[in-house]
Design a protein around this ligand. Structure first.
Ligand code: DAH
Length: 342
């Protein structure tokens, strides 16, 4: 067939096929049929090889014109269809911004989290760093290095969950003291929160509970520095009228060891149910780090001294929020938890 005829035919064919097209996707498919690598126009161009050389220039011109015409036609149609499609899409996806939103129920922090965060912020303000030790410990860190060797009677103070001969669930965050002192040289100021485990279960004890450990090692520290720091922190957490009192006690890893009491923030020290009539409430154990513990961590006890303090987070939460049963802190009952907003 004469090429001119063929060109006319193609043009007509294109006009026919694109007449009722409604989607840009179908348009694209048709475009490929004519302009694609194996499309009709491309094949016509390939046939140029068979055209006698003297006819090639004029023929080429005609074919180029056809291709250009076709391209422009499709481009124009595509632009038109796309804009219609976009408008349709916008109309369908329209969001009514005046609709009321889906309410997201308010969460509340667990009392343990509230106390932990409060303690962390108090101590970070004093220049402490946070250290988190592992919950699975070995005997050395949990006991031996804390001056509590095998068969030491003080091991009886903490009913331990053993996982293997030498592996246990840590019974105290004090284990972290050793990990810190082994790797860090004084001055040391560490706060170490975390879960601890003991085989113990009643209204004021749970097999898993949380502690917070505080450790300071530097030159020339005394028990007065410990009391000063305790005063400061107790005022922040229980109120500015609250005082501290240190009572002699015993922990293998501190010497001297003390029990830390605070004046009852409920009755101001007069004696009530909360303080069992004594005017004082026990909040934790503390003391000057035992020389043997420092030595074990290669810290010279003649050059450096340290003090440590450990408290139970649940106990503080129960005291501060007036919670009478520790189990409430572990049941996850949202009616209970919702009451604490920090
Ligand atoms: N680890 C002790 C316990 O769980 C508490 C304690 C006492 C921590 C004295 C200390 C401390 O840092 O100095 O019973």
């Amino acid at each position: 067939m004469d090429v001119k005829e063929k060109i006319k035919q193609i043009e007509k064919q294109i006009e026919e096929t694109v007449k009722d097209i409604e989607s840009s996707q179908t348009l694209l498919e048709i475009k490929m049929k004519f302009l694609g690598k194996t499309g009709e126009i491309s094949s016509l161009m390939k046939n140029m090889r068979d055209v006698p050389p003297e006819e090639r220039p004029s023929m080429g011109k005609l074919l180029n014109a056809l291709r250009q015409w076709t391209e422009e036609k499709f481009d124009k149609l595509e632009a038109g269809l796309k804009s219609i499609e976009l408008k349709k899409k916008y109309a369908e996806e329209k969001i009514d911004v005046t609709m009321p939103g889906i309410p997201v129920p308010d969460g509340a922090y667990h009392p343990n989290t509230l106390i932990t965060n409060e303690l962390i912020s108090i101590f970070l303000g004093m220049g402490f760093e946070i250290f988190e030790g592992p919950e699975i410990e070995n005997d050395y860190y949990n006991f031996t290095a804390l001056n509590t060797p095998q068969d030491h009677p003080a091991r009886d103070m903490q009913d331990t969950f053993y996982l293997a001969e030498n592996l246990l669930l840590r019974t105290q965050t004090s284990a972290g003291q050793i990990r810190v002192m082994e790797t860090k040289k004084p001055p040391i100021k560490i706060l170490s929160p975390g879960k601890v485990y003991r085989s113990d279960d009643d209204a004021t004890h749970s097999p898993m509970f949380s502690q917070m450990e505080m450790l300071v090692v530097d030159k020339g520290l005394t028990l007065c520095d410990l009391q000063g720091m305790l005063d400061e922190f107790v005022k922040k957490i229980f109120g500015s009228d609250v005082k501290t009192r240190l009572r002699p006690s015993y922990f293998p890893f501190t010497e001297p060891s003390v029990e830390v009491d605070v004046s009852c923030f409920e009755c101001g020290g007069k004696g009530c149910r909360l303080c069992k009539g004594t005017g004082w409430i026990e909040v934790g154990g503390a003391g000057m780090v035992n020389r043997r513990v420092l030595e074990g961590c290669n810290i010279d006890p003649d050059e450096y001294t340290g003090f440590a303090f450990g408290l139970g987070i649940e106990r503080i939460a129960m005291l501060k929020y007036g919670i009478n049963n520790m189990k409430l802190l572990f049941e996850g009952d949202t009616r209970f938890l919702k009451q604490f907003k920090g």
